[in-house]
Write a protein that binds this ligand. Structure first.
Ligand code: NAD
Length: 462
């Protein structure tokens, strides 16, 4: 157990304004592994003032120099990759190999991509008799969740810094340790004081104070729809920009010509990855009625193989929430073919890899984001039916299409109301825009589109 002190503000660790702390718990054994200060509105105010003070110089720093700092930050993340992976495993509970490959690996790729983009992006363009300057929006508030704790910080901070913005991060209560580690990395990379600031604390206290602060120009939030709505309402009141990434209920559409075994196995792996705590997870598998029973058998087999290999979910509340959804699925008439609501272990926030068959569109488990290792398999009659089901939720974040013929998969994908579609198992691309249609959110992260979120244009006419 380690008591971590201070907030990273204006280039140094400074004492928190209050005395309260947040306990950080290892979800595998339920032991408290550390505490961090619970920030207050006073800490947030100090951090936002530091970010505002640092803004003019950072915004005026040539993009090539900003790129060099981001490159240095990437190098520090590389050097500290083992420490990052170990920290995420301790506070999120994910298996170490996954932490190494994804929780440490993806932020390195994203930081690297923005080091490159900062150096190459056309911050100035000509159109007719005008020169258009792409200028930083200003001070960014980044409020992040726990499921990909470092990725979600870097996917906001790296483009913001590349754009010339300054940032205050409020990380999730469950995973503040990797956020502190990141602050250390920023320091080591030599970013000027005040360009990056970190305030740990509770959402309704520090998070809300940050979203409400008049010194913030843009709030970038990832998390639940309920909090996203509140943040959008606050921002509307102050006419400031928001970016919201609010989750999904994505469809994995297996067309009749697809390689069924591959589509099912990759589909199950996608849902079980990170213990189902992935906003873009394909939690609804759509299979043609002729191959439905075969798909269900394959999925049950694949899920059973995961057995003990997946990590726990993040905390007791999430575990209870996920189990509640499993019980509701049973109560509403879905057929359990793998897993179930019982605790697979006595200690730790574990949930069994669970697969439901005979799920119909109207069921709660087919509509709401569960955020646990739970897959629903739905039956469709023909392609039009599949499309209707795929588009039949309030969300539209991601999805997958499988077909024997790639062109047929693409044609189907183009009709889906969603922001990302993987064709026949296409890999994650950190340069492709990520974000939602419908209630999955507002705005895009990653790549050049993610950078544009942090810029505003000024046109000069000649
Ligand atoms: P949450 O929305 O409460 O928390 C996300 C972040 O917002 C955290 O940093 C939190 O401290 C902060 N926050 C909370 N209340 C706030 C407020 N009033 N003002 C400002 N900031 C505030 O999410 P949660 O409770 O951790 O998870 C609940 C559900 O949200 C999950 O079960 C899942 O369905 C969804 N979720 C989605 C994502 C995603 O990637 N889209 C990530 C995490 C959770």
């Amino acid at each position: 157990m380690k008591a971590h002190d201070g907030m990273y503000i204006d280039g140094a660790w400074r004492p928190a304004a209050g005395q309260d702390v947040i306990e950080v718990v290892n979800p595998v054994d339920e032991q408290v592994i550390g505490t961090v200060p619970a920030g207050t509105a006073a800490d947030v105010d100090t951090a936002v003032r530091a970010a505002r003070a640092a803004l003019p110089d950072w915004a005026a720093t040539p993009p090539a120099e900003r790129a060099a700092r981001l490159g240095a930050l990437r190098e520090v993340l590389v050097a500290r990759a083992d420490e990052i992976a170990g920290t995420v495993t301790a506070e999120l509970g994910s298996p170490l190999k996954f932490s190494q490959a994804v929780h440490a690996g993806v932020p390195i790729a994203v930081a690297g991509s923005y080091a490159e983009l900062a150096a190459t992006y056309a911050f100035e363009e000509k159109t007719g008799n005008s020169v258009v300057h792409h200028e930083p929006i200003g001070v960014v508030a980044a409020i992040t969740p726990w499921n990909y704790p470092l990725h979600q910080i870097v996917a906001k901070v790296a483009p913001a810094l590349a754009a010339g913005c300054t940032v205050v991060v409020k990380p999730a209560e469950d995973t503040p340790l990797v956020a502190r580690l990141f602050a250390g990395a920023v320091h080591e990379a030599g970013l000027p004081a005040g360009v990056f600031n970190l305030v740990t604390g509770l959402g309704p206290v520090a998070g809300q104070a940050l979203a409400e602060h008049p010194g913030v120009d843009l709030v970038s939030f990832t998390g639940s729809t309920a909090v996203g709505r509140q943040i959008a309402a606050i921002a509307a009141g102050q006419v400031k920009k928001v970016a919201l990434e609010l989750g999904g209920k994505s469809a994995n559409v297996i067309l009749p010509s697809a390689d069924l075994a591959k589509a099912v196995n990759v589909g199950v792996a996608n849902v079980m990855s990170n213990s189902g705590q992935t906003c873009s997870a394909w939690t609804r598998m759509l299979v043609h009625r002729d191959r439905y029973d075969k798909a269900v058998g394959l999925a049950a087999e694949a899920a059973a193989k995961y057995g003990d290999r997946i990590g726990p979910v993040v905390n007791a509340k999430q575990r209870d929430r996920v189990r509640g959804y499993i019980e509701q699925g049973v109560a509403e008439g879905a057929r359990l073919v793998a897993g179930g609501p019982e605790a697979p272990r006595e200690t730790g926030y574990f949930v069994s890899p669970t697969v439901f068959a005979d799920v119909t569109e109207d069921m709660t488990i087919a509509q709401e984001e569960i955020f646990g290792p739970v897959l629903s398999i739905l039956r469709y009659e023909d392609e039009e039916d599949a499309l209707r089901i795929a588009n039949g939720t309030v969300y539209g974040l991601a999805g997958a299409v499988w077909a024997g013929d790639e062109a047929a998969a693409v044609a189907f994908a183009r009709r889906m109301e969603t922001g990302q579609v993987d064709i026949n198992g296409g890999r994650f691309n950190p340069l492709a825009p990520f974000g939602g249609y419908k209630q999955s959110g507002v705005g895009r992260e990653l790549g050049v589109h993610g950078l544009a979120e942090y810029l505003q244009t000024k046109s000069l006419q000649f």
